[in-house]
Design a binder for this molecule. Sequence first.
Ligand SMILES: Nc1ncnc2c1ncn2[C@@H]1O[C@H](COP(=O)(O)OP(=O)(O)OP(=O)(O)O)[C@@H](O)[C@H]1O
Ligand SMILES: [Mg+2]
Length: 440
Amino acid sequence: MSITDMMDRLRTAKTTGDEPCIATGNPRVNLKLPSKKVMFTGLDIGTTKICAIVGEIEPSGRVTILGVASTPSQGLRRGVVINLEETVDSIRVAIRKAEDIAQIAVRDVFVGIAGGHIQCHQLTATNDVANPERGITKSDIRRVIDRAIQHQVPPEREVLHQIPQRFIIDDGPIIDPLGFCSRKIGVEVLLVTAAVTSAQNIVRAVSQAGYRVAGIYLEPLASSLAVLKEQEKELGVALIDIGGGTSDVAIWADGAVRYTGVVPFGGDAITEDISKGLKINRYDAENLKKRYGICSANAVDDSETVQAPGALSDKMHTHSRKLLAEIIECRLEEMLMMIKEKIDKLPAYERIYGGVVFTGGTALQQGICELGERVFNKPCKVASPSGLAGLAGVVSSPIYSTGVGLVLYGLEHEREQAFLDGNAFNKIAKRLKSFIDWYG
Ligand SMILES: Nc1ncnc2c1ncn2[C@@H]1O[C@H](COP(=O)(O)OP(=O)(O)OP(=O)(O)O)[C@@H](O)[C@H]1O
Ligand SMILES: [Mg+2]
């Protein structure tokens, strides 16, 4: 069963938004604004924590965070469910806590998806325009996108997103070809697929926890919604969300996402190295990393020390802070190099004039920007969700970028639904979810 079918089956009523969103334009997040207050719940099923965020979006564009709750993630490895029962319990605890804080009952949630099983493909197709003199119509555009996504997706993979990049007409590349006279129309589409089983397990876990999946969204895209400004997407940036188990990448150029990918390592690998290197348990290694860690050994004086109990006894041992920094620097540099190797051959990499934006919990690692600048040879910064009201202070950390982005995606999803419901080309349009970004 496809995720779409599964979600349709699990969804017995419409999602939480009261009515379709209107196109007044929101400069902050570049989402179309709702005509009245709407409330959405984002559920970030991360490797280290499961986090539920309830947010309310007003017609003015004000986003108020009403409830936030995290619970340590049980039953996941590198973004993939490995123990359904434990994952279900963690999801239930996180959403219930968020419900208590927000004082509302949650029904539908927007869930993030990530993990090594996510793949992205660049697809192209070209068609004759039905009537070149009259100009390119929406139906020409739909047909060429439809042709591009006839890509052979094996049965074990599910299409998550199809995102048109640009069109090519007789006169060359163009963002919006509608109405242009041309004999041919070509399109480049970014196709993002996931392993069917991984995606189904997420939907199943949420459903067993007693909630409905209203939409699934790729995590680096959700984080992008929460932290990237429109000017940054236009200028071109690589967003890197380094969590506990994975590092998710989204490359933006000329206002559109050009690539998404995953490197199956995150901050937990650093903790693991500290634990082994200093012969201490993981809990203490995690604490040392967060309190005294820095990813530049040169920045630490030889005489500085840190203390932690030994792995087999409570006796405190003294360790060199420089060694701690060396371990962190070595692993984080290796992870950033792996990400660089994954993206530096892509044509879009040349166009990230804005540099690299780090988010996710590991972006809190002291010195990450300096290390990033050395590895990527581009300007780097750390970004968190900002410009929010309500519990804004709680979520203004890189740890919450995906969760906040999923709340914002709720609004985007409502708009997509409104488009699909009222459109004669419903069947095709369902397959062209992202297409409406261009014409909504
Ligand atoms: N102050 C800090 N300094 C360094 N690392 C930190 C700090 N705070 C959190 N981390 C690390 O961030 C990671 C968790 O980040 P995050 O909450 O974004 O992960 P996640 O979303 O659960 O995992 P994933 O996205 O990989 O599935 C952990 O490895 C944690 O050690
Ligand atoms: Mg994450």
